[in-house]
Structures are given as C-alpha cells and as structure tokens.
Design a protein around this ligand. Structure first.
Ligand code: SF4
Ligand code: FES
Length: 251
C-alpha cells in the first residue's frame, strides 16, 4: 500500500505547528499503525530529517501511552488503542490526517506527543485507598458481590490513554475520572474514603484545563476499553451523595 500522510509537526509547546505531507510506500496491511510511523521515521532519519515524535510503550493496548487523531477520530477507525490498529483498516491510496490529542488539558510536547500529566494529578489527588497492605489476605476473606466486582473490573480496565478527552467537544476528562472513582468506590476496600475521594478527584479535574461533561457520549464511543457512560452516572451519584453528606476532603 502507498499512503499520503498529513502529519502535525510542532517543535515544542511554545512554537506554532503545521501539517506536513509525507508519502509512504510498501506499507504492509499487517503492520500496526505505529510500525508504519516507524518506517517513515527511519526514512526521515536516513535523510537527516527530524523524526516524528509520538508516544508509545507496550504496543499491546495496555499501557495507555499511545494515541493520535486519525482523520479526526481518536485512535482512528477501530475502537482500539492506536498501537493495536493495523494498516489493513486502510486502503491503498488513502490520504490520512494525523494530529495529536486536541485538548487544552493536554498541551503538545512535540509533534504527536502530548503532556498527559493532568491525569496523574487527578489520580494523585485521591485515586487510591489508604490501608496498611500487610501480608496477602486469604482468598475470599472479603466477599464482594459478583455484579460489583465485574463492574469494578470493567472500570479498572481504563488505561488512561486520554482518547475520551480528545474526542469530547468540551475536552472533558469525566469518563477517565469516573472510571477511576468507580473502580475503587465499588469495592469494600474503597468505602472508607469514598466520599472524600470523589470530591478531591473532581476538584482536581476541574482545576486542570478540561471542559465540563454534557453527556454527548463521544468519549465512550472511542474508548478502547469500552468504558460506558453509566460510569459517569455512577460518578455523579457518588458526587451528589458526598455533597449531601457534607463530606469535607482532608489533605
Ligand atoms: S476512559 Fe477510555 S478513553 Fe478515557 S482514558 Fe480511560 S481507556 Fe482511555
Ligand atoms: S503503546 Fe501501550 S497502549 Fe498503545
């Protein structure tokens, strides 16, 4: 396959960026999208050009490092992390626009790589439980209803990629925050700090440069882990409950 790629190039967050057109040939349908970018980068390096910066790590859909907009869709045409997207999803002769995540909360570091430390700060605010770990507890020492454990597991599959933010017209981080609040709030171990956790995490989300959620649903539509809009309902339920209970976050 031969493709024309219009790729966002930006030297750093202070410089203006622009789309630059590249042509790639001999692309195998079995290559991943990132491998296709690797091939382009090898050519750029051999011709003493600056390679295109993009984030990646596991390349197995589990770390959440990767992510670009392809023709305006976060992670591209399949509902998967872009490292799991293969070139067989495209046709010979396609022209693709490749851009970084679009959000004020994710400033561009370089080219297609963005700074997602805002997510780390939301987790640091309260996305954990405070408990002495001790030795490993006996299996089934803390019974958990099957429905709760399944829902908690589903929420915990969020890989923190940021596609939800990039897809949202408001640039909202609500689906990510909701997934992190839900996976702890559904488990018995998460109950003691349930109210203060949701208040602190939502406050940190609001302090970052993200927009508000207006239930559009683009986030869930592109989420590679299929985190549902119901997770946001659960967050709102917990948030209202904490506010009604008059919970006060402690540092
Ligand atoms: S909710 Fe989905 S799209 Fe958003 S960060 Fe988690 S895995 Fe990525
Ligand atoms: S590189 Fe780890 S999820 Fe894509």
């Amino acid at each position: 396959m031969s493709l024309t790629l219009n790729i966002w190039r930006q030297r750093d967050r202070t410089k203006k960026g622009k789309m630059v057109t590249y042509h790639v040939t001999d692309v195998s349908p079995d290559m991943s999208f990132l491998e296709m970018l690797d091939v382009l980068n090898e050519k750029l390096i051999l011709s003493d050009d600056d390679p295109i910066a993009f984030d990646h790590d596991c390349r197995e859909g589990i770390c959440g490092s990767c992510g670009v907009m392809i023709d305006g869709i976060a992670h591209g045409p399949e509902q998967t992390a872009v490292c799991q997207l293969h070139m067989r999803s495209f046709k010979d002769g396609d022209v693709l626009d490749i851009e970084p995540w679009r959000s004020g909360g994710f400033p561009v570091v370089k080219d297609l790589a963005v700074d997602r430390s805002a997510f780390d700060r939301i987790i640091s605010a309260a996305g954990f439980i405070s408990a002495p770990t001790g030795t490993a507890p006996d299996a089934h020492a803390t019974p958990v209803p099957k429905g709760d454990s399944d829902a908690a597991f589903d929420a915990a599959t969020c890989i923190g990629c940021g596609a939800c933010v990039a897809a949202c017209p408001n640039g909202s981080a609500m689906l990510f925050t909701a997934a992190k609040v839900a996976h702890l709030g559904l488990m018995p171990q998460g109950q003691p700090e349930r109210d203060t956790r949701v208040l602190k995490m939502v406050a940190q989300q609001d302090a970052e440069d993200f927009g508000g959620c207006s239930n559009i649903g683009e986030c869930s539509a592109v989420c590679p882990k299929g985190i549902s809009m119901e997770t946001i309902s659960r967050l709102n339920h917990d948030l209202l409950g904490a506010l009604r209970a008059g919970a006060v976050p402690t540092s």
